[in-house]
Design a protein around this ligand. Sequence first.
Ligand SMILES: [Zn+2]
Ligand SMILES: [Zn+2]
Length: 641
Amino acid sequence: MISITLPDGSVREYDKGITSMQIALSISEGLARNVLAAEVNGEVWDASRPIEEDSSVKLLTWNDAKGKSTYWHSSAHLLAEALEALYPGTKFGIGPAIETGFYYDVDFGDTTISSDDFKKIEDKVIELAKTKSEYIRKPVSKADAIAYFTDKGDEYKLDLIKDLPDGGITFYTQGNFTDLCRGPHIPNTGAIKAVKLMSVAGAYWRGDESRKQLTRIYGVTFPKASELTDYLHLIEEAKKRDHRKLGKELELFAFSEKVGMGLPLWLPKGTALRERLTNFLQKAQVKSGYEQVITPHIGHKNLYVTSGHYEKYGADSFQPIKTPQEGEEFFLKPMNCPHHCEIYKTKPRSYKDLPVRLAEFGTVYRYEQSGELHGLTRVRGFTQDDAHLFCRPDQVKEEFKKVIDLVLYVFGALGFDNYTAQVSLRDPNNKTKYIGTDDNWALAESAIIEAAAEKNLPTVVEYGEAAFYGPKLDFMVKDALGRKWQLGTIQVDYNLPERFELEYTGSDNQKHRPVMIHRAPFGSLERFVAVLIEHCAGNFPLWLSPEQFIILPISEKYEEYAKKLSDELKDSDICGLIDFRDEKIGRKIRDAEVKKIPYMLIVGEKEAAEGLVSVRKHGTGDLGSMSIEEFKQQIIKEITV
Ligand SMILES: [Zn+2]
Ligand SMILES: [Zn+2]
């Protein structure tokens, strides 16, 4: 007998050679129907693979990320089988799962495949799926593997086999298709109920431009047809909300090749939005005891030699800026921390002065390959809502709690009510990888866990995910479409205080090292604005809207009245504009709707005579007429966050 430990900690006894599927069956038939694979001692296995020794087993279903990726990778095999059936002689490269779905790199010989062929291929995939063919694992010798693919004439598989050690090679067969694969796979093709091929693209074999270009077919599969429908709907909705599209339509930001790729230009409306965000955070930070600082956009090479960034990232960063005379080297600032360390050092600090909290909306520059750039989410220059907290080791927990409060305050004000946090701790079996004493790590790790628990933060703990210089807490938010984004982060650092020889005088009159905490509730303004645009589909909360109202005079005659109203609103810090165009009122309303301006104030003869405004709210409709004072009060109430 062997002992199997399940995730809930329960231990069950089974015969040696039991499979995960049989374990699932012994628990419930319903569960067994949903099992796609199993994690055995941390490694994902086929559910049909015999377990020979005491093990911990986690059954994987569609609801587990690893279950899903096994499912999608297995779908890639099925796609290959369909392609081989439809296009005999096709040769196959690799077919991995990706974040959503899978792809297969294929050499079709002289045949060209386009999206016109998708329907035919999808139908074949479903036809084959219905045969419920098992994925059968078979270890093969290197010689047999080579013989099989030589006979088949697939040079790509032969190229892969070349690098594999004899003894570790396995084949998987489902239906009429055999692939070279390490696995694991789902039990049989029957679980694949819906398929959609998403796109075709060219892909060089092994990513090498000097080698042959294969056809990459992207697809996605689901265990239920309704899930595919939901997924396609989500994609449509995401396209409509794409921040690159809305950023252009709402005139928030732009890019110019002349200025340089990945360097966003904030247009007036985007700048207004961004300034409101920074003012909002700055106000909250002042209340929490932060002090604002400003540091330059470049730093001397020696600064980054001291911080360690030069050694670690120097070669992959923007290359140095040199002075003409002295030949000194400066780097564009990749992060604000080294500058802040130097600010900390400008005067002696006592234990009573701590924590010192230095905040800066600091713009940093990091080299990203051009192919990696994406709207505002992957850029080469961005502004962090950065701050560094220098504190005593015994203050770490209190500081974490305060930062968590701040982050949740920010999320609340912006309508992100679905979030989790990941606590990243050190790998307990590999402590030498990390800098800092055992005592300090123990203190900081328990401080983070306790602070998160006391703040009722839903958390997952990941061992081995900490940076080499300290543990951290990352916030993940789910947007309105259910997509996850990593935003705010809080990170303990034992490294920089050491490298910069930061000190404070303790109550014992001795010198001590402070602990440094990096934190950024937004992450960066660029990324945050991108996520916010997609989350609210461009309908910003009123307090953030660059234009809160637009006055629509019915004709030229009421322009004077419109100007008077506008001035009155502006005096109360409510901003907006007047549509002076010589257009019909219906057209003016439609255009204002497109621009997603929260309030439209329509003024005509009746309004001007009685000192009123007719109010329309974006997305809601007609609110009737009211005095300007009433309207102002309503806005002020809505803006107060
Ligand atoms: Zn496989
Ligand atoms: Zn930092």
